[in-house]
Design a protein around this ligand. Structure first.
Ligand code: 2AM
Ligand code: MG
Ligand code: MG
Length: 278
């Protein structure tokens, strides 16, 4: 069975859910299964390639970007959606070589399984959705974000209570907010022109790597929330329809410290915080 079908089949069924860093940070058997299948299929074809996979890192593998060809995998982006049957769940796969932390990936794929939407982009070759070219809007106004996504309960609470979701200053560049529950698909909305910007402090490289090149190849911009060049390990990202919009957002963002993905590279969070059936 192909791996999107595994997700679709499991979507409606009861799941054993394990908590990782917080109540919003979940993992299921399907996340683990899809990551294992993907890695073994790629390894069969490219035995020397390396991986940074969300669930492998959660199990204790290091986040280490080297010059070797590296696949960055989020087997289910939107696991909380998957668990609650909210129909936005995506597989996110990016490929990079030569330790390009700040430059675009070689290619990125985001497959939104329930919508059956395949977003993809290759460096210098444009971005596409189900074969149709994508173009960012170049405008400002609609923002996607994920206010409840952080390892730190205090940060999550602030996001949920609206304190750090949309700062007052940002209301000049924002007149609507959408949160789809998957950062990868949120960012792809910027590539389609359906949203004009996305920003977050606290996502991981596997959440944003593939969609970063999709946004860039659609004519949009990705940068660090402090206005410096995009760094997929910094866990800070603005994706916007233009440099002007990205700069305006970076000027009003309320920054807070966030440990890099490649700092203290082994982040074993196995054992987690509990297990539930949903
Ligand atoms: N600590 C965290 N807790 C919850 N979601 C997180 C998270 N870090 C990143 N996310 C991501 O934030 C979005 C909404 O939860 C998803 O893209 C989710 O990815 P995930 O589903 O792969 O964990
Ligand atoms: Mg994710
Ligand atoms: Mg995931």
């Amino acid at each position: 069975m192909c791996f999107p079908q595994i997700i679709l089949n499991a979507f409606k069924q009861q799941k054993q859910v394990h908590l990782k860093s917080s109540q919003a940070d979940l993992v299921t058997e399907t996340d683990l299964r899809v990551e294992t299948i993907l890695k073994s299929a790629i390894r069969d074809k490219y035995p020397v390639h390396r991986f940074i996979g969300e669930e492998s890192v959660a199990a204790g593998e290091c986040v280490e970007l080297t010059d070797s060809p590296t696949w960055i995998i989020d087997p289910i982006d939107g696991t909380a959606n998957f668990v609650h049957r909210f129909p936005f769940v995506a597989i996110s796969i990016a490929f990079t070589v030569n330790k390009q932390v700040k430059a675009p990936m070689e290619f990125g794929i985001v497959y939104s399984c329930v919508e059956d939407k395949l977003f993809y982009a290759q460096k210098g070759r444009g971005a596409f959705l189900n074969g149709e070219p994508l173009n960012a809007s170049g405008q400002e106004g609609g923002i996607t974000c994920e206010p409840d996504s952080d390892d730190d309960d205090e940060v999550r609470w602030q996001g949920l209570s609206g304190l750090c979701c949309i700062p007052d200053d940002m209301l000049c560049v924002c007149f609507s907010v959408r949160a789809l529950g998957t950062a990868a698909v949120d960012m792809c909305q910027v590539a389609t022109g359906g949203a004009d910007a996305y920003y977050h402090i606290g996502m991981h490289c596997w959440d944003i790597a593939a969609s970063s090149i999709i946004v860039q190849e659609a004519g949009g911009v990705v940068m660090d929330t402090d206005g410096s060049p995009f760094d997929m390990m910094s866990r800070r990202v603005i994706a916007a329809s233009s440099t002007a919009v990205a700069n305006r957002i970076s000027q009003v963002i309320q920054a807070f410290p966030c440990r890099r993905d490649d700092e203290d590279q082994c982040r074993c969070i196995c054992g987690g915080k509990g297990v539930n059936s949903v």
